[in-house]
Design a protein around this ligand. Structure first.
Ligand code: NAP
Length: 283
């Protein structure tokens, strides 16, 4: 299999989404994403551009609520409430990290879990851990599952090692893999013998945010490696790189996602999938 292209996964998702949007539009509903942004942070602008392009490509709409970076918490909560109460907005993406004058917990708590498209509210997180089906998982964590599904990489009964335990990626992806009957080991910065664990696994999900930090010494033939990391290249070159040294791993393992062109390519498509699901539920 070699490189597991995220673009191919995103393209397949978009084809399904186009049909769903067409069906929704026939009932008079245009799935609409509300984006709440404070200021013009380059990462936010770039994610907004990608999400807008994906929405447009499948016929969904986007409404941007742009606040100045120095807006008050009251202003932000007002906009969140406005988006919550707007029946024409089916899902909301709130860019974080928020500026320092904003209490992140208060902002997360203000967003309705059923409008939370990126699994940031406690209600959405509870849905993942309780299997209640409430809310949506974080888009990136779920993109890992969509990649495995697309390439028909069976998870049930497999030994899976997840490197990283953040609430955005490591923990939710571990729960999603567990739900698919994988046997999951979560590693973090205090884990002992991490290399032994990754070498023994069938699937390794790498989400440490450590550029090019794992290479062939951590893997063996037959494994699948999903690299979630997006980092500045440590050699000063322009562009981003993953946590995995893909060039030395690609010929060893059964399949590895590249960076760029892997998990990141699926994330914004998955975000729009959530908006469409939310629009269907609102019908
Ligand atoms: P994070 O909050 O910094 O968490 C990193 C995790 O990795 C922590 O649990 C940390 O352990 C663990 N870790 C760090 N160094 C380690 C080491 N040497 N050995 C073992 N574990 C180690 O990062 P994050 O938000 O989860 O993001 C992870 C990566 O994914 C970043 O590169 C980020 O840019 C990328 N990302 C990609 C997308 C996408 O669309 N592809 C979206 C979001 C994020 P401790 O808990 O012990 O500190």
């Amino acid at each position: 299999m070699g490189l597991l292209s995220g673009k191919d996964v995103a393209d397949a998702l978009k084809e399904c989404m186009k049909k769903d949007v067409e069906a929704l539009k026939a009932t008079g509903v245009t799935p609409t994403l509300g984006i709440i942004r404070m200021g013009e942070e380059p990462n936010d602008i770039s994610y907004e551009r990608g999400a807008t392009k994906t929405c447009e490509s499948v016929g969904a709409a986007v409404k941007v609520f742009a606040l100045p970076r120095d807006a008050s918490q009251e202003d932000l909560l007002k906009v969140i409430n406005q988006a919550n109460n707007d029946k024409g907005i089916h899902g909301v993406l709130l860019f974080r990290p928020l500026p320092k004058q904003i209490d992140d917990n208060a902002a997360r708590a203000a967003l309705l879990p059923n409008k939370d498209m990126d699994g940031i509210t406690d209600g959405s997180m509870a849905g993942i851990y309780s299997d209640s089906g409430a809310g949506f998982p974080p888009c990136t964590a779920e993109s890992v599952i969509k990649i495995l599904d697309h390439y028909k990489i069976d998870v049930a009964g497999k030994d899976i090692v997840v490197l990283g335990r953040s609430t955005v990626i490591g923990k939710p992806v571990s729960m999603l893999l567990l739900k698919k009957n994988g046997t999951v080991t979560i590693c973090h910065s205090k884990t002992k013998d991490m290399q032994k664990k990754t070498q023994a696994a069938d699937i390794v999900v790498v989400a440490m945010g450590r550029a090019w930090s794992v290479g062939k010494e951590c893997f063996k033939a037959g494994q699948y490696v999903i690299d979630v990391g997006v980092n500045a290249k440590p050699n000063g070159e322009k562009g981003t790189c993953g946590d995995v040294r893909t060039d030395e791993v690609e010929s060893l393992v059964a399949g590895v996602t590249p960076v760029p062109g892997g998990v990141g390519s699926v994330t914004s498509a998955n975000l729009v999938c959530h908006v469409i699901e939310a629009a269907k539920s609102a019908l």
